[in-house]
Design a protein around this ligand. Structure first.
Ligand code: PLP
Length: 404
């Protein structure tokens, strides 16, 4: 039995633990902890949880109602409804220029969350290293650890627009590296990736025989282009990339819990085995709603994107005016302003901002140690909420600076 840390909830050395040690030792998500606090308070304006404030477009909801009304309440194939997989593969081919076979190169999952978990578990042997860029989505390192892999973070920096420098990535590669996990546009920085960087990363993947896990959940939410291209569309990459996507963000369907993965047939088949034994299938109602989203809701998606773009422009300007330098992100619906001039840590800033001004943001450290000195603000909230929250932040910063 391994040595147990003093502050661990596990039993002392030598005694049998009732919990799985590799899970019990994981921290809880910094975002959720923070929002337990927010939920206990009244009149807080939240720039916190990364969830669209739009209701799912009506045609999608109507289709879900129709599906239930028609009594379609059964299991589906483990891979998901073939009709939905056909629509997904058509959408991916039309928009990302990669062709997958609906029969064996696509699996429908319970959100991208499950697709990510299946993908990591399907490729990781104990001790395999998976490289990802930080600051990043809260679940990456824990997911890798839960699969007995070793998470290896490569920092990204504000001065480079939080881009992943291929040279930094290359330095992190070892003989144990199994995969690279990419998320562009990035949660929490909103950073994207340009074609040159993507090609350099693809070259490294080919040279070192690595798999690429590409989390494209925000790929439609880019503001200076139509869509973020997929790395799997580059030569030689389709066979080593797992394309992870879903409906939560661009179609405002978080509560439907529906996502998908496309990739090489052997990997999808292995993912399917885990899914089959642990989840069986994604809910049929959500699958039918997702099919409708791809068939008839593309214009709703465009309307939401336009609105996010205007909100982004306003929130970035107002953070800069408040004295918190804010990088202009090209995608997702987050900004990641620098708060170091206030002299507070990220956690102190976020905690005092809620207590003193009733505005919720997430401390940058929730997304990795290199998030210190930053906060994440989500602009998937009304323009009115953004204006009020940022004017309270401006007052807060002014008061702090007066006392310095
Ligand atoms: N990946 C990233 C980068 C996210 O930000 C999120 C949710 O915020 C997810 C995956 C999970 O998405 P889903 O709702 O599809 O599980």
């Amino acid at each position: 039995m391994k040595k147990v840390k003093k502050d661990s909830i596990l039993r002392p050395e030598g005694k049998k633990s009732r919990l799985a040690e590799h899970i019990a030792g994981l921290p809880k998500s910094g975002i959720r902890d923070f929002f337990e606090l927010v939920n206990k308070m009244d009149d807080v304006i939240s720039l916190g949880v990364g969830e669209p404030d739009f209701v799912t477009p009506w045609t999608i909801r109507e289709n879900a109602i129709y599906s239930l009304d028609s009594g379609r309440t059964s299991y589906t194939s483990n891979l998901g409804l073939l009709s939905l997989r056909k629509e997904i593969c058509k959408y991916v081919a039309d928009n990302y220029k990669v062709k997958y076979k609906p029969e064996n190169e696509c699996i429908v999952t319970v959100g991208v969350s499950e697709a990510l978990d299946l993908a990591i578990r399907a490729i990781t042997n104990p001790g395999d290293e998976i490289i990802y860029h930080e600051p990043c989505y809260v679940s990456y390192a824990p997911e890798i650890k839960m699969a007995f892999g070793v998470p290896v973070a490569v920092n990204t920096y504000e001065k480079n627009g939080f881009a992943l420098d291929p040279a930094d990535l290359e330095r992190a590669i070892t003989p144990k590296t199994k995969a690279i996990l990419l998320n562009f546009p990035c949660n929490p920085t909103g950073a994207t990736i340009d074609m040159e960087q993507m090609k350099a990363i693809a070259k490294l993947a080919v040279e070192h025989d690595l798999i690429v896990l590409s989390d494209l959940i925000y790929s439609e939410l880019v503001y200076d282009a139509e869509i973020l291209p997929a790395i799997s569309s580059l030569p030689g990459m389709k066979d080593r990339t797992i394309f992870l996507h879903g409906f939560s963000k661009a179609f405002a369907m978080t509560g439907f819990r529906i996502g998908y993965a496309c990739g090489p047939a052997d990997i999808i088949d292995t993912m399917m085995k885990i899914h089959q034994y642990s989840m069986l299938c994604a809910p049929i109602t959500a699958q039918e709603a997702a099919e409708e989203a791809l068939k008839n809701s593309i214009c709703d998606k465009e309307t939401m994107r336009r609105e996010y773009r205007s909100r982004r422009n306003v929130i970035v300007k107002r953070f800069n005016e408040a004295g918190l330098p804010c990088f202009m992100p090209e995608g997702a619906f987050y900004v990641f302003p620098n708060i170091t001039s206030t002299g507070l840590s990220s956690m102190e800033f976020a905690t005092r901002l809620i207590q003193e001004k009733r505005v919720a943001v997430v401390p940058g450290t929730a997304f990795g140690a290199c998030g210190e000195g930053y906060i994440r603000a989500c602009y998937a909230t009304s323009m009115e909420g953004i204006r009020e929250a940022t004017s309270r932040i401006k007052d807060f910063v002014k008061e702090l600076k007066k006392k310095q």
